[in-house]
Design a protein around this ligand. Sequence first.
Ligand code: IMP
Ligand code: MG
Length: 187
Amino acid sequence: MKTVDELKLIISPEEIQAKIEKLGKEITRDYENKKLVVIGILKGAFIFMADLVRAIDLPIEIDFVRLQSYGSRTESSGQISITKDVELSLKDKHVLVVEDIIDTGYTLQYLKEILSLHKTASVKICCLIDKKERREVEIDADYVGFEVERGFLVGYGLDYDEKYRNLPGVYHLNPGYEPKGFIPSDR
Ligand code: IMP
Ligand code: MG
């Protein structure tokens, strides 16, 4: 795919696939003989989820949730609501939440609270990218693909204003194109 000049590749499709193979093996080992439901957070996680579940060699169940956060387009405000709930029964099952990126942490904190009402056997988190720069609540993913210090990222499911989700790699959106309300540190 053509690269436009506002984008800088930071994680290539090959690096992503190699990491997913590794995560898939770890998850397969950790959940052997357990009832596992993998829950993807729409929309951002849809591509990561599709690749990750194919790297997990277990008879898993799959579901999706959709969360909406109020505030600016690019920042979680901490005010989050669920617009598409889980459809499967989660009772006594192990849940693995798949997220594209953790930023402030509000989204996952909220989802974990909701899932705790389902009497699950456990809830863990797998995220493709852990961005620590703007973390506001203490939340740690159990499986992390990549740690990225700063910047606004797009591609491989991640969007800016609903665009760039279909790029096969992960890109930095260059300064000047950076969304309003996003204050990058020295870069
Ligand atoms: P949090 O609640 O601040 O952790 O926000 C997580 C959500 O914000 C993610 O699921 C993304 O949808 C979005 N987000 C955070 N950082 C980025 C980014 O760098 N690029 C694209 N979306 C992002
Ligand atoms: Mg998201």
